[in-house]
Design a protein around this ligand. Sequence first.
Ligand code: COA
Ligand code: AMP
Length: 621
Amino acid sequence: MGDYRDAYHRSLTDPDGFWLAAAEAIDWATPPVSALDAGKAPFYRWFSGAELNTCHNALDRHVGSDRIALIYDSPITGSKATFTYRELRDEVALFAGALASLGVGKGDRVIVYMPMVPRAVVAMLACARLGAVHSVVFGGFAPKELASRVQDAKPKVIVAASCGIEPTRVVAYKPIIDEALSMTEHQPDHVVITQRPQEVAEMGARDIDWDTLVASAEPHDCVNVSATDPLYILYTSGTTGRPKGVVRDNGGHAVALAWSLKAIYDIGPGDVFWTASDVGWVVGHSYIVYAPLLVGATTLLYEGKPVGTPDAGAFWRVISEHGVKALFTAPTAFRAIKRVDPDAELLGKYDLANFQTLFLAGERLDPETYHWATEKLGVPVIDHWWQTETGWPICANLRGLEPMPIKPGSPTVPVPGYHVQILDQQGNQLPAGQEGAIAIKLPLPPGTLPTLWGDDERYVSSYLSTYDGYYLTGDGGFIDEDGYVYVMGRTDDVINVAGHRLSTGAMEAVLAAHPAVAECAVIGVHDSLKGQLPRGFVVLKAGVEVPEEVLREELVAAVRRDIGPVAAFRDVSIVAGLPKTRSGKILRKTMRGIADGRDEPVPSTIEDPAVLDALRPILRH
Ligand code: COA
Ligand code: AMP
C-alpha cells in the first residue's frame, strides 16, 4: 500500500501541502496561498482568501475541447440527447442570465425541484455561475417536506419541471409546489417551470415559463466567489423530523471532488462516467453533476429505473451504448436486477467492452449482491462509504491511486484526508476488530460540510459534541488488522430505504399526530430488495374505538402525505404496549434486533419484560 499509505500520511501530517497540490487542478481567480484555516475551530475552513467560480471550472474551461459533457438517456420518455461542453455552457449562461433578470444574485437561494432532465443540471450550474446557492429537493418527497426546505432556505426563486415520470404514474410537480407554498410563511418571488408534454402545469400569477423567460435573456458571465462561500444546501434526514441543511462551499468542494474522481474512481477527461442515482441526493450532486464536469469527463444522466424501463437489461444497454467506463449506483439497484433476471441472461445481448468498474454506495453492500455482481460482470465491484455531510467518500478502494485487494463486507480503507477512528462510549480509541462508533478526527477534509445552514449550534450539537475534537458519523463499525474499515450500520434513527436516507423520527412524528395514537415507534427492518423498510408500532389512546384496518390505512396514508412515497411506509401494527427502559426510553434497538431475527438479549434496564414478550411474535411476523 505504498502510494496510498504515503498519500494518507501526507494528507494528515501536511494538509496544507497535500491540498494545495490538489488545488492546482482547479482554475482560481485568486489562487489559495494556504489550505487549512483553523482560525475559528471547530469551524474549520479551506482555502480562505481564494476566489473562483465553480461553473467556470465545470464548463467554461473545457469548452475548447469539443468533448461531450452530458449524455441524457431517458427510457421512461423514449428520449436521448447529448450536449458538448460548449452547448451546455451556452444553455447554462443563458439560464443564469434569466435568473439574474429575476433578481437572483450572489448568495441568493434557489430551490430546484426537478426530475432527471438536463435542465435540472442547467439550473444547478446556472446558480453556481451567479454565485447563488441552489438547494435541490428530491421529487419523491411530499409537499410538507418541500415546505420545510422552502421555509429554511428562503429561496428567491423556485425552478421546477411540470412533472416527474415514475413507471406507474406521472407525478405532477406544480400542485405539490402550490401546496407546499400554502404552508410556508416565506414566499419566493417566482416559480420558473419547464413544461413537459406528459403533464403541462397550469400557470399562476408568479409562475414563469422557462422557454419564455430564456427567450428574452442575455447570457451571464461567471461571478467569482470566495472559496468559502456556499455553493449549495442539501437537506438530509436527521434523527428528528426537521431536516438538516448540509452546506457545501465552493473551493474545498471543487478541489476534493476533482481529486476524488481521479484517485477513487479513476476517471479523467473524456471518460464516460455514469452515476445512476438522482440529482436530489448527494450522490447525484457530486457524481452526476459536479465531479465529472470539473475534470472534463462525460457524465450520463439516466431517467429510468434498473428494472421495468423496459427490462432488467436497461443498465447493460446504457453501459454498452454509451461506452461507460464506470458505473456508480446503490446496491438496491443490483438487487432489483438480480430479482428479475437472476442469471443475468440479458447481459448476453450487450457488449460491455469499455466497462471497467462498478462502484456501489449509499447503503450496506450485502455479500450476496457483491458476489453476484462480481461474477456476472467480471469487473471489480467496489464498495465505498460516505454520507451527505461529507459529500465524497470517507472510505474507499482508491482505484486511481492504488487499487487494493477487495474484502467483501468492507468499503476498504480511509480515504486521504479522513482520520477515521473507532471510539468507545468514553471516547477511547478501540483496538483492531472491536466495534464502536466511527468518528473522524477534526479537521474534516475539504469538500465536507462546514456547518448546517443558518444553524452553527445544531452543527456542533449533532456532530461535534459527542466526542471532543471529532466528527461523529452516526455509523458504527470496526477496523481490522489490515486497516480495512467495516461499517455495520447507523447508531441513530436514520434508515436507508432503497438507498434513500430517511428518518424514523420523522415518521414517528407523523404517526404521533394521529388523534387515535397515544405513542408509537418506527424502526428500520431488513428487506431483501430495499435493504431496509420502515415498520411502525402504535399504541392507541384509551377508549379509542376504530377498526384496526381503517386506522392502519390512515397511518400509511399520513406518512405518504407528509413525508412522501419514497418513505415506502406500508407496515404498521397496533400493539398493546411498547417496551421501555425504566427511564421511559423505547427499546428500539432491541425491537429492531428481534424483527431482524437476531437473538436479542433483554436489556437489564427494561421496565416490564412482559411487554417485550407480548411484542415478540408481532416483531417476528
Ligand atoms: N419522484 C416521485 N416519486 C418517486 C421518485 C421520484 N423521483 N422516486 C421514487 N418515487 C416513488 C416511487 O414511484 C414509489 O412510489 P409508489 O409507492 O407509488 O410505488 C416510491 O417512491 C418508492 O420508490 P422506490 O423506493 O424507488 O421503490 P420502487 O419499488 O419504485 O423501486 C428500485 C425500487 C430498487 C428499483 C429503486 O429504488 C431504484 O432504482 N433504486 C436505485 C438506487 C438509487 O437511486 N439510490 C439513490 C441514492 S444512491
Ligand atoms: P446519505 O447521506 O444518504 O448518503 O446516507 C449516508 C448513510 O448511508 C451512511 O451514514 C451509512 O449509514 C449509509 N451508507 C452509505 N454508504 C454505505 C456503505 N458503503 N456501507 C454501509 N453503509 C453505507
